[in-house]
Ligand binder design. Sequence first.
Ligand code: FRU
Length: 910
Amino acid sequence: MKNITYLLLLLLTAAACTPADRKLVIGVSQCSEDIWREKQNRELKTGQYLYDNVKLRFASARDNDQKQVEQINRFIDEPVDLLIVSPNQVNTISTVIDKAYARGIPVILFDRKTDSKNYTAFMGADNFEIGKTMGTLIANTLNGRGKVVEIMGLKGSSPAIERHRGFAEALQRYPGITLITSEQGDWTEQSGEQAMRKVLDEASDVDVVFGQNDRLAMGARRTVQAELPDRAVRYFGVDGLPGKDGGIVAVKNGLMTATYIYPTHGTELMQLAMNILERKPYRRENRLQSAIVTKNNADVLLMQYTELEKQSRNIDLLHRQVDTYFDRLNSQKTTIAMAVALILILIFSAIMLYRTTLMKSRLNDELLHRNDELQRLSHEIEEMTQAQLTFFTNVSHELRTPLTLIADPVQRLAADATITGERHELLSLASRNVGVLMQLVNDILDFRKVQNGKMSLRLSHFSLSEAITAWTRDFTAAAARHDITLTLHTDPETDYSITADRDKLMRVFGNLMSNALKYTPAGGKIDVTTGRTDDGQLRFSVSDTGMGIDADELPKVFERFFQTRHSTGGTGIGLALVKAFTELHHGQVTVQSEKGQGTAFTVTLPVTQQGALAEDAAEAASAPFTAPAEAEPTTLTAAFAALNDETEGKETVLVIDDNADVRAYVRSVLGGKYTVTEADNGRAGLETARREVPDLVVCDVMMPVMDGLEFTNELKNDTATSHIPVVLLTARTLDDQRIEGYQQGADAYITKPFTAKVLMARVENLLRTRQNLRRLYASQSVASTPQTPADAASAAADGFVANSRDQAFIARLRQVIQQNMTDSDLNVEKIGSEIGLGRVQLYRKVKALTGSSPVELLRTARLQRARTLILTTDKTISEIAYEVGFTAPSYFAKCFKDEFGMAPGEVRQE
Ligand code: FRU
């Protein structure tokens, strides 16, 4: 860019200096400096105006030969294109003129000559003729008699020599004329004065003085005027210049008798020079014609000169103006040239800028394109990753059910004291590894849950040090087996109270411990330390004396699926989960490691968390350590002890699951205590439930034909079955699905994989709650009193609130019984048809809700009414018995006694 601008400027400069514009230089070497030479120089300048490609350079030697030689040498060196020389003397400067000529510089001699033939052209008047004409004129003026004095110009100058010869020759023809003397001058007025003084010293009878130029004549006149004021002397000169000091004015004013115009002809001289330079034809010898000035023509000539002068001044003025215009034009040209250059530079810059912008935008486009491509690729990779993760998640989900079905039986067998020896060892091995597998599946699912933002904290309030002490204890055996010293350091003074998700912190701790165990060699140490940070947070750390982690790998250890170079297996999910769960608590996990020295992980946690404490968090918190790699198998003694208890009047549990193994497994868990019926989808389950009205339903969510949510909805909206508690059993762990289940009316939600203990506990808990409800309904007589606020509060305290459909059912049942009890034909079928339920349904529902059969309820209602009538009326016992629907007073009396422990008559007597 810079180079091109420079090139443009160079071109412009070159254009301004084309060869056509180069000026020719003419050097003018004048021998003297006087008004004649001034006039000639002016005329040369005027002549120059006719040519626009020539420049004149003037030099004046001031009558000095040496000076003139130097000046001409300088012109040669310059070099000039042509030389015009008026040589001071004939032979003093011939050498330097020869030199110029030899160098190829054309030389024009003007007015005076040299003794050399080396010149290009000569221009001048015929000085011999001038001398002769003036001699003749003087002789005639004196009428052939008189004395004449000649005062000559510079000795050795050609006009002086030639004029003298012409003058002398003319006077020879007049014998009565005496040339007293030819006195030497040097063309100046002063030399004229001196010469005349010399003449007068010798002769005073002079009639005419002939000065070879006007200045010499006027000088002589001044001397005569001074020395012989009365002598009438006539003066003649040469040059005939205009102007106040010129010869014409002197003639006009009678100071001189006549003069001869010695022509300057500067313009013609200029033309000759240009012809030579422009290689046009020219003459080598150019004689200038002239004329005599006397009193007769002096006026006319003066007028002509004045006019000429005026014209010449006008021309000069015009030329100066033209020069000014040219100057302006030139400066405008320069300005325009600069403007054009600037515009060109601007255009060029604009083009370059445009090109750069274009290139930039192309590059930008390309970058954007590449970016898009990268984004698309990263999107594709992300999608692929997501798809893979979803696949892993789904697989993990799928693994939960079979894992549950393997884990629990294996754990039950491993706990069986009758199995010993090698078989027990094998079972323990299987049990431990199923635990590891379940932990892995849980970790993957939990990590996905955190990633999807679906993981929330189930908060409880506990002591972190107590929890860590318990959890550390779980690892004692494993550490001992590996010959690792496991030490716990806690400060008894510190307050370790914390509100957190105990289960998740247990998983954090478990993962850190598993990690430490994995990488610590036998004989090594693991230290668990708890404490409080300066800013009031709680922390715990697990440090080991293992192999350590490379410094470059440290920042990545918490990345999902990252494995160190020295990793000995594993999935890389454990530490990612540690970080995720810690950050879920708004805490931090850091790692410090030194190669060969060991690694320390530190978890820092705030002591409180936002959000309410979870209702069942206590239950979750008290759950056993899920499955550390080396944890002892969970014992289920209590659960299975209960399982084996044979109980009378077994309650019925309907198990709905499309997986026959799950149904069989649930049956194996619950079958000992409850009567278990099965269905393999929601629709079949609904039919069974309506038909048999079970006491509880355990139902899978994801099933063909009708899923668990729809089943629950249908079940809870049917009066015959609305009271039946539903436990949803599913591999889905997401909270919103859990919420959806509850919204459909589910009473509990158990996620796979589940332990027999948890399932049994849930089922028992729900059925116990039913009994509480039964107590509620039993306490409020269906026969008479409506539910009191105290009853409702007691039910709520028991953790159960009857649903509105069941409340409405009870109210309706009460109404039907109250209104129809006097009807002795009122029976279960009749009540059922009034309410819209079949006999069995009515029986099962009423029994489930109240613990009594409809018949028992009806009888109790009749007896209570009878008791009221006995106490408040005078009616006979028999009348009352019939009124409340008994057909036989004796049977009434028996029933009354069974109900109240007293005979009706005894009640009346009270
Ligand atoms: C001017 C001049 C004239 C004279 C001429 C002779 O310098 O002295 O007066 O006529 O030169 O060359």
